[in-house]
Design a protein around this ligand. Structure first.
Ligand code: SF4
Length: 504
């Protein structure tokens, strides 16, 4: 067999999870350079840049959601694909054991996490055989927040603010613009889209995702598609969605379009949205021993330059410092746009915890407390735990529960990303609480704000879904929904909808 194959795949998985490819770094650096200093998007981009550097330096996961591992492999005729699949699964389990991947594979009926990222459909491995004497392995790690913003259109259709999308290139253009708009900050913008025109519902999505294996700076060899990609990139940033949906100059860092034949009766436009933490790398392996002969998307002889050539997130003196438990008076004094630095105890809670709280009392006292929508990567460390990655998860999933949790248990601050809806906004106002946006994907940055993991409840839900008890220091967030009925997310969505209409 190939003695170096497993090690090569493990190297690929670790590098993909921890070190962003140069083309993505360049796009994010351009976004950072464009944003006027002091804006919320600029602050967010500074934290993102710091996080990218921290992840590469410390070989930690860039984002705590290490996503669905998707492998695209081309192997010589005669290669043992079953053996390779098993080796890949072993490498994934090992990367998970080392904390480079979060345990992310959950039984869809029981909700039980397999703990090692293995299970039916996980990881995704696609093989193709080719007539070259080498093995090419490409890997995409795409998380749930951005995966949930994928969208498929069946044209002709009516699109809000854009009118009718017909079965032509202009109709496709409208679908792509709508896809970016509807994602807002939920997919951790600025993102990139892979698009497929045509195919059926299944192949359309698969081909859209495959476009994400192209580099952000390439030019489509098909001049018609190249023109469409350029037209999107030239106009889309007028939407003003900005980083994390805070409003700003860059909403999209790449648009890559492919095309498949379709049935005469169908015309699908499928859009795969990837976040700024666009983790995609590849290797070429020697078919005799499985060793890496070269890397794709990166050149190890030219290490990536740091993202930040300045200090990272620095205090301006205007930040509001809060220590939990927080009083109603402190919360009522906050307004949308305020930057807060949190200290004291914070508790994680996402889908399983919220569902649990509908029927049970919380395992800890949440009066005046801070609830963090976060599914961290945590490793056992002797008798205790070590926080490895701790960025926010998409909050809107908790919209059906959040208002009740706030009212019933006295939570004063909810932290997450992407914003929440009207039910939560009403509860914030009634009960005196705020929604704080943390910067999506900044998992290393926020892990460094965790001084200690003091305990865990509901671990039976699995590591990402458990309630982690964390002592934090100077944990920065932005107030994006306050206790006076204001929501930055609602404002940006409304304003960007008007801009979308100008592109009809
Ligand atoms: S950066 Fe955001 S959307 Fe991307 S994987 Fe992380 S949490 Fe999910």
């Amino acid at each position: 067999m190939l003695p170096a194959f497993l090690g090569s795949i493990l190297d690929l998985v670790v590098k993909t999870s921890t070190d962003l490819a140069p083309d993505v770094r360049a796009a994010m650096k351009a976004a950072l350079d464009q944003e006027p200093a002091g804006t919320q998007s600029a602050q967010a981009l500074t934290i993102i840049a710091e996080n990218i550097d921290q992840a590469a330096d410390g070989e930690g996961a860039i984002c705590q959601d290490t996503g669905m591992p998707t492998f695209e492999i081309r192997a010589p005729i005669g290669a043992n694909l079953a053996w390779m699949s098993q080796q890949i699964r072993d490498a994934i389990a090992e990367a998970t054991r080392r904390g480079k991947l979060r345990p992310n594979s959950v039984d869809s009926i029981t909700g039980k996490n397999s703990g090692n990222n293995l299970g039916p459909g996980t990881p995704v491995i696609h093989f193709e055989q080719w007539d070259q004497d080498e093995i090419e392995v490409k890997l995409l790690l795409k998380g749930g927040g951005c995966e949930n913003t994928n969208i498929q259109y069946s044209v002709p259709c009516e699109l809000p603010n854009l009118g009718r999308a017909d079965r032509d290139l202009d109709g496709v253009r409208k679908c792509i613009l709508h896809a970016v708009w509807q994602a807002q900050g939920k997919g951790c913008s600025p993102g990139a889209v892979g698009v497929c025109i045509g195919g059926d519902r299944t192949t359309g999505y698969a081909h859209a995702k495959q476009q994400l294996f192209r580099t952000l700076d390439d030019v489509n060899p098909d001049p018609v598609l190249a023109g469409l990609e350029a037209a999107i990139m030239k106009t889309v940033n007028v939407l003003g969605i900005g980083t994390m949906g805070f409003g700003g100059k860059t909403s999209l860092i790449g648009c890559k379009v492919g095309v498949l034949n379709r049935l005469p009766a169908s015309f699908f436009v499928s859009v795969a949205y990837d976040c700024w933490a666009f983790r995609r790398l590849g290797v070429v392996l020697d078919p005799r021993d499985g060793s890496i002969t070269r890397w794709l998307y990166r050149d190890p002889s030219h290490p990536a330059l740091p993202m930040l050539d300045q200090a990272g997130f620095t205090r301006t003196g205007k930040e509001v410092v809060l220590t939990s438990p927080i009083s109603e008076e402190q919360i009522r004094s906050l307004r949308v746009g305020d930057v807060v630095l949190l200290n004291g105890m914070m508790y994680t809670g996402r889908d399983s915890v919220h569902s649990y709280l509908m029927k049970h009392d919380p395992p800890v006292d949440l009066q005046g407390g801070i609830l963090y929508h976060c599914g961290p990567v945590v490793l056992k460390d002797g008798d205790g735990w070590k926080m490895m990655a701790a960025g926010p998860t998409t909050s809107i999933r908790e919209e059906p529960y959040q208002g009740e949790v706030i009212r019933k248990f006295g939570v004063r601050a909810v932290i997450g990303k992407g914003g929440m809806g009207p039910k939560t906004l009403a509860a914030l106002k009634d009960a005196g609480a705020v929604y704080l946006s943390a910067i999506g994907g900044a998992a290393q940055f926020y892990a460094r704000c965790v001084e200690q993991v003091t305990g865990v409840s509901l671990l039976e839900f699995g590591v990402p879904e458990a309630m982690w008890h964390m002592q934090v220091r100077d944990f920065p967030c932005i107030v994006t929904m306050d206790s006076h009925g204001n929501s930055l997310h609602k404002d940006v969505e409304t304003e960007s909808a008007k801009q979308l209409a100008t592109l009809a």
